[in-house]
Design a protein. Structure first.
Lengths: 545, 319
C-alpha cells in the first residue's frame, strides 16, 4: 500500500499554470511587434492630422452623423448576417481603393499623357490587334504566316508606309501611321470624349466580364451600359462642381463604374446580402451629412498637414508649403515601369522553372541563384544600377527608366518565388487532363496553368510592387534627385519618389518644422498607399485560396 | 482530305512548332536573366573593388589612387576626407545593430512562430499573419523616422546620456522589421513536423506546453536556426532605417560594450548612402570605396544565406 502511494504521488499531475502562463506569454510576444507598430502609426497620424485642433463641435457632429450610425449598422450586420457585412465592407473597400487608384491615373492623364496621345497610342495598338485576331478567326493560317502578318500590321500601324524604311525604298511617306492619323484629325472631339472612347470603354469591357460571372449576359450589359451613361453625365456635369472633365472621366470610370456594377450585381445575385449595402450607405451618407452639417454650423475641422495643398504642390523650403506632388507622380511612373518589366519576366521565369525546366545542373543553378538573389541587400542592387545602367550603358542618372529597371531587378526574385508557388498549387490532374486532350505545352500553360494561378501570381506581384515603391536606397544609389519640382515628363527624365522625398525631408531638411509637419504627412500618405496595396493583395489571396 | 492528311494533321510533332519554340525560348531567357543578374553583380563588385586595393589594382591594369587591403580590413578610422578607409569602424556599427536586432527579433519571432503553429485558432491566424506581413511591408525609411522621432526621445527619458542618433533606437526598429521573417520561416519549419510525433507526445500524456517545447521546437530546430541567419543577414543589409536613425559620424565602437548602443555610428549600408549623397566624383577613390563596401556586404550576406541553406539541407530531421 505504501509503495503504491509513493508511485502514484506526483504521477499524472499536470500543472495547468505553466501551460497557461506559456500560452499567454507567446500571445504577448506575438502582439508586441504589431502593437508597437500600431502605436507608432497612431503617433505619426496624430502629428500629421492633428485631430485635437478641431472644434469639439466638429467631433461631436461627425460622431453623431458618422460614427454612431456606422457602429450601429456594422454591429447589427456583424451579429446577424456575416456575409452581408462582408458585402458592405467590400463595397467600402472597393470605393476607397478605386478612388486612390483613380487619383493616380488622373495625375497621369492631367499632367503626363494628354488624351490625344493616349487615344493615338491605344488605337495604334488596338487596330492591328483586332485585325490579327480577325484573320486568325476567319482563316486557318499557320502560326508563322500569322506572325508575319502581325509584324507587318503593327509596323504599318506604328510608322505607316514605308515609315523609317523611306530611305531604303526611296519614296516619300505613302500612308501615315494610325497615331499620326489621329493626331492630324482637324476637328477633334472634346478631350474627355477621346478618353471616354479609349479608356472608359476598355474598363467597361473588363467590368462586364466580371459582372457576367454573377448575372446573366443581358443584365450585365444593361448594368454596364447604365454605368457608361453615368460616366458621361459625370464628365459633362463636372465643370459645374469645379472639376475639369478629364479627371472627372477618369474618376467616374475607375470608381463609379466598378462600384455601381458590384453593388447592382450583388443586389441581384445575392438577395439575402442586400442589407449589407446599408453599411456603405451609413459611412458615405454619414460623411456627407457631417460635412454639410459642420459647414452650416461653422465648426472648424482639424488643421491637418495632409491636405489638398500637400498632395498637389511641390517641395518648398518652407515646411508649411512643402508638398508631395512630384514624388507621388514619380512613384506612380516608377511603379508602372517596374510592373511592366518585372511581371512578364518574373512570371516567364516561374513558368519555365515549374513547367519546362528539365532536372539538370543548369536548372538547379538557376534555382539556387534565385533564392540567393532574394537575399541580396537593396543597396547592392543600387550599386548594380549605378555601375551597369548608368556607368556602363551610359544612361543619364536618376531617370524613370534606370530607377524602374533597378527596382524591377530587385523585386524579380520575389515575383518569381511567389509565382512559382501559385503555379505549383495548380492541381496536377488539370495538367494531365490537358495533355491527355492533345494540348501542347504552351496551350496547357496558356489555357490551364495561367488562368488557374493568375490570382496567386497577381497577389505576389502586388506585394512585390509594394516593396518596390517603398524602397529608397537603390534610388539614391542611381542618383535620383532629392528634390524635384515637376513631374517627370517621360521615361528618360529625372524622377523622385515618395520614400525618397520623406528621406530628404528627414535628413537634408532636418528642422523641427519638417519633423512635425511635412515628414509625418509624407509618412501617412506613403503608409496608406502601401496598406491599401497590401489589403488588396490579402483580399485577392483569401478570395481565391 | 485523305486519311494520310488527317493522320498527319493529328500526329505532327509540335515540340518544335513555332509557337512552342518561341514561348519556350522566351521563358528560358526570363529564367536565365537571374543568372545574368548575379553574374553582373559579382563582376561589377569584384572589378571595381579590385581597382580600390593596392594589391589587386595592378592585376586589372589600374594605375590610380589605391588603398592597402590590410589597412582597409584592420583600420578603425573611416574618414573619406582625409583618405582613411578603415572598414572596421563601419563593421562594428553593423555588428552592434545586427546583434541588437537579433536580441529583439529572435525571441519574439520564435514565440510568434510557436503561437501561430501550435496555439492559435484558424481565425486568430487569419488575422495575425497578415498583420505580421504588414510589419515587414512598412518602408524602411518610415521605420528610420519612427526611431529618430519617437523611440530615441523615449530612450532619452530613461537614459539621458543617449545621443540624438544612437544604435539602440536603430536596432529596435530593425528588430521589429525582421520579426516576421524569423516568425514565418520558423513557423514553416514547425508546421512541417509530422503530426504523428505530436500525437505520440499527447498519447504519452504530455501537455501542449511539453509537446511545443519538447517535440515541436527540437524537431524544427534546423529550420529555426536558418530563419535566424536569414533574418540577421537581412538586418546587415538593412539601409534606410539605419541611415536615418544611427547617425552619420563613422566611429569605432567596441561591440562587446553595451554602452556603445547609446552612441551614434555609421553602419556599412549608411556609409554607402552617405558617400553617394556627398557628391563623389565619378571614378575617384571614394567612388571605388563604395564598391569595396558593397563587396564586403555582398560576401557577408551571401555567406550567411549559403550557411542557412546548408543548415536546412544537412541538419533537417527526415521523417
Amino acid at each position: 500500500m505504501a509503495t503504491e502511494d509513493r508511485t502514484i504521488d506526483g504521477f499524472g499531475q499536470v500543472s495547468r499554470t505553466v501551460g497557461t502562463v506559456f500560452r499567454y506569454l507567446l500571445l504577448a510576444a506575438t502582439l508586441i511587434g504589431i502593437v508597437a507598430l500600431v502605436i507608432l502609426l497612431l503617433f505619426v497620424a496624430n502629428d500629421a492630422i492633428q485631430p485635437l485642433t478641431a472644434d469639439p463641435g466638429w467631433h461631436l457632429t461627425f460622431f453623431a452623423t458618422l460614427v454612431v450610425p456606422t457602429l450601429a449598422v456594422g454591429g447589427y450586420l456583424a451579429s446577424r448576417n456575416q456575409s452581408a457585412a462582408a458585402v458592405g465592407v467590400g463595397t467600402i473597400g472597393l470605393a476607397v481603393v478605386t478612388t486612390m487608384f483613380a487619383g493616380g491615373l488622373s495625375l497621369i492623364f492631367v499632367d503626363i499623357v494628354d488624351s490625344i496621345t493616349w487615344a493615338a497610342a491605344v488605337l495604334t495598338l488596338a487596330v492591328p490587334t483586332a485585325a490579327v485576331v480577325a484573320i486568325a478567326r476567319v482563316s486557318n493560317r499557320s502560326p508563322l504566316e500569322l506572325l508575319a502578318v502581325a509584324v507587318i500590321l503593327y509596323y504599318v500601324s506604328l510608322f505607316g508606309v514605308p515609315g523609317p524604311l523611306r530611305s531604303v525604298v526611296g519614296t516619300g511617306q505613302l500612308l501615315p501611321g494610325v497615331g499620326s492619323v489621329v493626331a492630324s484629325i482637324p476637328v477633334l472631339p472634346v478631350d474627355w470624349m477621346l478618353l471616354f472612347a479609349t479608356f472608359t470603354l476598355p474598363v467597361a469591357v473588363v467590368v462586364r466580364y466580371y459582372a457576367r460571372q454573377l448575372v446573366d449576359d443581358r443584365t450585365a450589359t444593361a448594368i454596364v451600359a447604365v454605368g457608361l451613361v453615368a460616366v458621361a453625365i459625370a464628365a459633362t456635369a463636372a465643370p459645374t462642381a469645379g472639376i475639369t472633365p478629364v479627371p472627372a472621366t477618369v474618376l467616374a470610370s475607375v470608381v463609379l463604374l466598378p462600384t455601381m456594377t458590384y453593388v447592382t450585381t450583388t443586389a441581384l445575385s445575392r438577395p439575402h446580402d442586400r442589407v449589407g449595402l446599408a453599411l456603405p450607405g451609413a459611412v458615405f451618407g454619414g460623411s456627407l451629412l457631417g460635412a454639410v452639417a459642420v459647414r452650416t454650423l461653422g465648426y472648424a475641422g482639424p488643421q491637418a498637414w495632409v491636405d489638398w495643398q500637400f498632395l498637389t504642390s511641390a517641395h518648398s523650403r518652407n515646411a508649411i508649403d512643402a508638398g508631395l506632388y512630384p514624388a507621388i507622380g514619380g512613384s506612380i511612373l516608377l511603379m508602372l515601369t517596374v510592373a511592366v518589366l518585372s511581371f512578364p519576366l518574373g512570371v516567364g521565369a516561374a513558368i519555365y522553372l515549374e513547367e519546362y525546366a528539365p532536372d539538370n545542373k543548369l536548372t538547379r543553378l538557376i534555382d539556387v541563384n534565385i533564392s540567393n538573389l532574394a537575399g541580396v541587400p537593396s543597396v547592392v542592387y543600387g550599386l548594380l544600377g549605378l555601375g551597369v545602367f548608368v556607368r556602363y550603358f551610359g544612361q543619364p542618372s536618376g531617370t524613370v527608366l534606370v530607377g524602374g529597371a533597378t527596382l524591377a531587378l530587385l523585386i524579380l526574385p520575389i515575383v518569381i518565388i511567389s509565382s512559382r508557388e501559385a503555379i505549383r498549387s495548380v492541381p496536377n490532374e488539370l495538367r494531365q487532363a490537358s495533355y491527355g486532350m492533345g494540348a501542347t505545352r504552351w496551350q496547357t500553360v496558356k489555357n490551364v496553368i495561367l488562368p488557374r494561378s493568375f490570382s496567386g501570381v497577381l497577389t505576389g506581384t502586388i506585394l512585390a510592387l509594394g516593396r518596390a515603391i517603398g524602397e529608397t536606397a537603390p534610388l539614391i544609389m542611381i542618383g535620383a534627385p532629392d528634390v524635384l519640382f515637376s513631374l517627370p515628363a517621360d521615361l528618360s527624365s529625372k524622377v523622385s519618389a515618395m520614400p525618397l522625398q520623406v528621406f530628404a525631408w528627414s535628413s537634408l531638411y532636418a528642422t523641427p518644422e519638417f519633423y512635425q509637419r511635412a515628414v509625418p504627412a509624407g509618412v501617412v500618405v506613403l503608409v496608406s498607399v502601401l496598406l491599401s496595396m497590401n489589403s488588396v493583395a490579402i483580399v485577392l489571396r483569401n478570395k481565391f485560396e | 482530305m485523305g486519311t494520310d492528311d488527317i493522320s498527319a494533321e493529328l500526329t505532327r510533332n509540335t515540340k518544335n512548332a513555332p509557337p512552342e519554340l518561341l514561348t519556350r525560348v522566351f521563358f528560358f531567357i526570363c529564367a536565365a536573366l537571374s543568372v545574368v543578374t548575379t553574374a553582373s553583380i559579382v563582376v561589377l563588385l569584384v572589378s571595381e573593388a579590385a581597382k580600390f586595393f593596392s594589391v589587386t589594382a595592378p592585376l586589372v591594369g589600374f594605375a590610380g589612387e589605391t588603398v592597402s587591403m590590410v589597412d582597409f580590413l584592420t583600420g578603425t578610422t573611416w574618414q573619406v576626407g582625409s583618405g582613411e578607409y578603415g572598414v572596421l569602424a563601419l563593421v562594428s556599427a553593423t555588428i552592434l545593430i545586427t546583434v541588437g536586432a537579433g536580441v529583439i527579433s529572435i525571441p519574439l519571432g520564435v514565440a510568434t512562430a510557436i503561437y501561430l503553429s501550435e496555439y492559435a485558432s484558424t481565425r486568430a491566424r487569419s488575422i495575425l499573419k497578415p498583420a505580421l506581413e504588414v510589419l515587414a511591408g512598412i518602408p524602411t525609411v518610415v521605420y528610420g523616422f519612427f526611431a529618430l522621432i519617437y523611440i530615441t526621445p523615449a530612450i532619452q527619458t530613461l537614459l539621458p546620456d543617449t545621443g540624438t542618433f544612437n544604435l539602440a533606437a536603430a536596432s529596435t526598429v530593425v528588430g521589429i522589421m525582421i520579426i516576421p521573417m524569423v516568425a514565418s520561416i520558423s513557423e514553416d519549419a514547425m508546421s512541417a513536423v509530422p503530426d504523428e510525433l505530436k500525437q505520440a507526445g499527447y498519447g504519452m500524456g504530455a501537455t501542449k506546453f511539453d509537446v511545443s517545447t519538447g517535440i515541436v521546437v527540437p524537431a524544427a530546430l534546423s529550420g529555426i536556426f536558418s530563419s535566424f541567419i536569414l533574418a540577421l543577414s537581412r538586418a546587415i543589409g538593412e539601409t534606410m532605417a539605419v541611415t536615418v536613425a544611427a547617425g552619420s559620424q563613422a566611429n569605432f565602437l567596441p561591440p562587446w560594450d553595451p554602452t556603445s548602443y547609446l552612441e551614434g555610428a555609421l553602419p556599412m549600408t549608411a556609409a554607402m548612402i552617405q558617400l553617394l549623397l556627398s557628391d563623389i566624383t565619378g571614378g575617384g577613390l571614394a567612388y571605388r570605396s563604395l564598391f569595396a563596401i558593397g563587396l564586403t556586404l555582398f560576401v557577408l550576406t551571401l555567406t550567411m544565406n549559403i550557411i542557412s541553406d546548408v543548415i536546412t539541407q544537412r541538419y533537417r530531421e527526415e521523417y
